[in-house]
Design a protein around this ligand. Sequence first.
Ligand SMILES: Cc1ncc(COP(=O)(O)O)c(C=O)c1O
Length: 366
Amino acid sequence: MSDLAAPHILALTAYEPGKPEEELTRELGIDDVVKLASNENPYGPSPKSIEAVSGAALALHRYPDPRGYDLRQALAGHHSVPVEQLCLGNGSNELIDLICRVTASRGEHAVFGNPSFLCYRIAAVAQELDFTAVPLRNHLHWSVDDLLGAVTPKTKLLFISNPNNPTGSYIAKSELERLLRTLPDHVLAVVDEAYVEYADAEDFVPATELRDTRERLAILRTFSKAYGLAALRVGYVIGTPELIATLNRLRAPFNVGTAGQRAARAALADDAHLQTTIAATVRDRHKLTDALRAAGLRVAPSQANFVLVDVRRPGRAVYEALLHEGVIVRPMSAPLESSIRVTVGKPEENERFLSSLARVLRQSRV
Ligand SMILES: Cc1ncc(COP(=O)(O)O)c(C=O)c1O
């Protein structure tokens, strides 16, 4: 084994992001590509964010505001929290990593779900933490008892994605509240709400409404999904002033660019755009789910902007075949080898996916 890097890093498998459209065009010469692989908002951001990005072009020679003052003020108003309880990240992904680095040391322990967002595992491994990946029941449903059962005296962190990527499932209000109240005090609960805007179940509750349940609580949000600003990399965490001050010890000073800060602020101020695109996606999530079920496939009920489809054969083969149709979805790894994850796109994109999938599933080679 090479001695270039530490063994725990060499043992890591790199996160496999959704394939970019341009890459498929390069590889297969297909120009008309539909990407339903990274849970982006297909309608794009508020026009006000685009205007803000144009304005930011005049300040390109200046470093961004290192403390993100204006955006944090706007977020403080949005969530009714003091500004000292907010820290910006270069996407929420950076914050997952930063939280691991500042709160836990080698040999301490983290808990997260399986299947869930793979970056929790990567961040834990990078920090040389021991971890328990708690199997979701039927690969789908969170069990609060199973999560609590995995906690040890060495556990510093518990990550939950709510709604969960890649299943779209969620922890209902009473269970989330029980988890947050019962979890021992020494554990920082990190509730990753990347898809919270799409959740409409009656018993879903954002963790922002459960802030008084425990001291050690970090809530992650992002502008990459419903706000349509994935390219600009803006996320944030809501936590105690102590947690935020600790994160700031290690946070790179200019981690969120000027265009991102301004576009995110403009996005927050355009609730009408946000609500319109959420409504379209939630409507089409139901339509897509119904169409796939009508085709005889099992689809997990989703509270997010994607659906997990069991294609009852190797999902990676279906993914590869769909690439040749110019449709990019996401293949899943164990324990979801027979599933693909599909972002809810615009109606015409969903139609294209459905007809391509029908063709692919009819072919004997898959
Ligand atoms: C559950 C979850 N958390 C965090 C992220 C990271 O998002 P970003 O870094 O763009 O904010 C993603 C992206 O797919 C996600 O699915």
